[in-house]
Design a binder for this molecule. Structure first.
Ligand code: NAD
Ligand code: MG
Length: 362
């Protein structure tokens, strides 16, 4: 097991990562002072619940904890105010008061929804994340929780830090392959923005990582979480540093939206976005050749690296201009300066971006 301590303004909390950790959950709860008197609401979805919820509940019940389970439907569609209200009803009926706690068992969707429930319920109660997707290494750090609005993703939310994260990498064995690759896109991103050694390590270990070997998997999650935590905590001082987490996301978001949400997974879109960012860095003479290397590493994790499909360049450009980092008349991108180092670049003209879109089809 590896443990990362995350320091935030409000508190410090541990992220435990390793195989088989769910069976030690009672001990981890005890460590943070959650005694058996604390009434618990475990929130999960209908794909993860049948696989793990019973085990978690039984483990906790055997030590004397009282655990209620609330299940929402799997997928992004559960991140709504309506589900939040329904979960609030379940908590109230179960008699959860300000001394209660929430457990979020699932991927980023359950983490965001149950975390927001914890932030809002009786003006805020503590919560613990039990991530079951690789992508959730990203969502479990940073304290962002929330739900979607019909007019936009994550439009309603809060900052609410978990009290503890227990990442049992064994749960990833049941994760669909496409979701595994989806999660690796953000792991690779974390390496590419901050840590050339980690990039090389990922290149060398992609095979055993894709086989979900617990040891390298624990290491990859740990390093991914560490980089996210470091960037997020420094942002308080270095205004704007957090923007580097959007590496590959300007084009990625445009692709996701243009294809219709759900057609491309977030990670797939970001993968193509990172290849595009590397190409743009090359076009503008900002970095040594990195696009082919970026492509190879992403391919090794089962991710797409080309712009396949019926995309209209003008539509993509328009979407990228509207991206929240954009300024009038030009584009803003996070671009590489070298392997493992990126920076925010403003005032990028349209022509090189168009050339990149053409190159991405090649
Ligand atoms: P997800 O939670 O929808 O999980 C993906 C799918 O895999 C779901 O169908 C789920 O039921 C299933 N699943 C999860 N764990 C499983 C397991 N162990 N075995 C079998 N099936 C399993 O999606 P995700 O990719 O984990 O997260 C995406 C969400 O995270 C988005 O809503 C995104 O906005 C959010 N997010 C939040 C942050 C943040 O900082 N808060 C950061 C990144 C992403
Ligand atoms: Mg992302």
């Amino acid at each position: 097991m590896k443990t990362l301590m995350v320091r935030t303004k409000e508190r410090e909390y541990p992220i435990h990562i390793g195989p088989g950790l769910l069976s030690s959950l009672p001990r981890f709860l005890e460590d943070i002072g959650w005694t058996v008197e604390k009434r618990l609401m475990l929130v999960t979805d209908d794909q993860v619940g049948p696989l793990y919820a019973n085990r978690v509940r039984t483990t906790l019940a055997s030590k004397g904890y009282r655990v209620h389970v609330a299940t929402v439907e799997a997928g992004e569609g559960a991140k709504t105010l309506r589900r939040l209200e329904e979960l609030t009803t379940v908590c109230l009926r179960a008699g959860l008061d300000r001394t209660g706690g929430i457990l979020a068992l699932g991927g980023g969707v359950v983490g965001d929804l149950a975390g927001f429930l914890a932030a809002a319920y009786m003006r805020g109660i503590p919560f613990v994340q039990l991530p079951t997707t690789l992508l959730a290494h990203d969502s479990s750090v940073g304290g962002k929780v929330g739900v979607n609005h019909p007019l936009g993703k994550n439009m309603i939310g809060a900052f609410h830090q978990p009290s503890l994260v227990v990442f049992d990498v064994d749960t990833l064995k049941t994760l669909p392959r496409r979701e595994v690759s989806n999660g690796f896109a953000e792991v690779v991103k974390h390496a590419l923005i901050r840590d050339p050694k980690f990039v090389r390590w990922l290149e060398e270990n992609s095979g055993s990582l894709m086989e979900l070997r617990p040891e390298p998997l624990t290491e990859a999650v740990l390093r991914g979480c560490s980089i996210k935590a470091e960037v997020v905590s420094k942002d308080e001082k270095e205004a704007g540093l957090r923007a580097v987490l959007n590496y590959g996301h300007t084009l990625g978001h445009a692709l996701e939206a243009a294809a219709g949400y759900g057609t491309w997974s977030h990670g797939e879109a970001v993968a193509v976005g990172m290849v595009g960012a590397a190409m743009l860095g090359e076009e503008l003479g900002l970095c040594p050749p990195l696009a082919e290397r970026t492509r190879r590493i992403l391919k090794a994790f089962g991710l797409p690296t080309r712009l396949d499909g019926d995309f209209d360049d003008d539509d993509l450009l328009e979407r990228m201009r509207r991206d929240k980092k954009a300024e009038r008349g030009s584009y803003t991108f996070i671009l590489p300066r070298d392997l493992g180092r990126v920076e925010i670049v403003r005032g990028v003209e349209e022509e090189p971006v168009r050339r990149v879109l053409r190159r991405l089809r090649g």
